[in-house]
Design a protein around this ligand. Structure first.
Ligand code: SF4
Length: 360
């Protein structure tokens, strides 16, 4: 994230904190964001310490690595064991599957390469005769770059193991039925692609306010103030507090590219279960580059989290990392026990990275 000092001004932060204190109701308020970058800013700058005690902010399912189902990891491991090159992002390699992670498979001799983008994986395929499979993980922010690569043309020996997920259906899963979520701080990056429209179901159907927020400390404090103002007025709506990056309609070109390459499908979210319409799969025209079609993958997976891991509660904003008895004991960034500690955008990993339990 690029630093923008205009949005880190201490005096303005204190002014916003006073405004938040004035707007906060007396009863508890639980705000939920769904973005690892938001959590990093909140934790790094100690923003929770500026909030009144009755206002809590937690991370929902905002870490793509944490919510990737075991089955998809098992499929990636199976492809690596078949002798293909599997290209993936660094923290994805460490997430445990049913029997092993991609990192374990690499230690056992499989060819697993760490890449920084889909372009790196395509380039790798151009330089070899072997099959290269890119493990395509991430939300609406990363999926368009993968779609663009497919439209640009990829070599015959390149395929995708698609595990892209969509944020609004996962947010909707959090407020189906009984819940205690007072408002959503919607992710700025995802919103640059999808715009404001997909969030309208939250105020309209669930009565839950949404504010799209940027990533600097003042962005987040301002967004929290707007959420509290909506709660105080009793008029939930979708507001855009990140107008310097998010247009109401989003990025229409990226949306068109996405729709050309992918179609929406049901997906399983680790710690949350199946969520209708929450994932992407390649369209039929790209079946030749779909690793599942191409290599006829069949794996037996166990989606259960390790005993004692409270990641399912952390991902659904029902628990803080320090409420897990294993946090910073059996589970650390060096010895991750659950997916929320493996993914660098996971709340457990972020809290541990910044020194444990942040001042609340
Ligand atoms: Fe799971 Fe580790 Fe987080 Fe506990 S600290 S919830 S074991 S990831």
């Amino acid at each position: 994230m690029m630093k923008d000092l205009r949005f880190r001004d201490r005096a303005k932060a204190e002014e916003l904190a006073r405004l938040i204190a004035r707007l906060a109701p007396e009863e508890p308020v639980k705000l939920v964001h769904v973005c690892g970058t938001h959590e990093v800013t909140i934790t790094e700058f100690g923003l929770r310490s500026l909030l009144p005690p009755q206002v809590e902010i937690l991370e929902g399912p905002g870490c793509p690595v944490c919510v990737t189902p075991v089955k998809h990891i098992d499929e990636a491991v199976a492809l690596a064991e078949q002798g293909h090159i599997v290209a993936t992002f660094g923290d994805m390699a460490r997430v445990p599957g049913t029997h092993q992670s991609l990192e374990d498979a690499r230690s056992a001799g499989a060819d697993v390469r760490i890449v920084y983008s889909v372009a790196d994986a395509v380039e790798l395929a151009r330089k070899t005769d072997r099959e290269v499979v890119f493990f395509a993980v991430g939300f609406e922010t990363t999926a368009p770059t993968v779609a663009a690569a497919m439209l640009d043309g990829v070599p015959e020996n390149f395929s995708l193991l698609v595990s892209h997920k969509l944020i609004p259906p996962a947010m909707a899963a959090l407020v189906q039925g009984e819940h205690d979520i007072s408002g959503f701080l919607a992710p700025g990056h995802v919103s640059t692609i999808i715009g404001m429209e997909p969030y309208k179901i939250f105020p309209e159907r669930f009565g839950v306010p949404v504010v799209i927020g940027g990533f600097e400390p003042l962005d987040i404090l301002y967004s929290i103030a707007l959420l509290l103002r909506q709660l105080r007025k009793g008029e939930p709506k979708v507001e855009n507090a990140y107008t310097r990056a998010v247009r109401p309609e989003g990025n229409l070109k990226a949306q068109a590219i996405l729709a050309e390459v992918f179609e929406v499908t049901d997906h399983y979210w680790r710690g949350m279960g199946p969520i209708p319409g929450s994932g992407l799969k390649l369209r039929e025209e790209f079946a030749a580059h779909d690793a599942r079609e191409r290599f006829g993958l069949e794996v037996e997976s166990n989606e259960a989290l390790h005993p004692g891991c409270r990641c399912a509660q952390v991902i659904t904003a029902k628990a803080r990392p320090d409420q897990c008895p294993l946090f910073q004991k059996a589970c650390t960034p060096r010895t991750p026990y659950g997916p929320c500690m493996v993914g660098e955008e996971g709340m457990c990993h972020i809290w541990a990275r910044y020194g444990g339990r942040p001042k609340l």
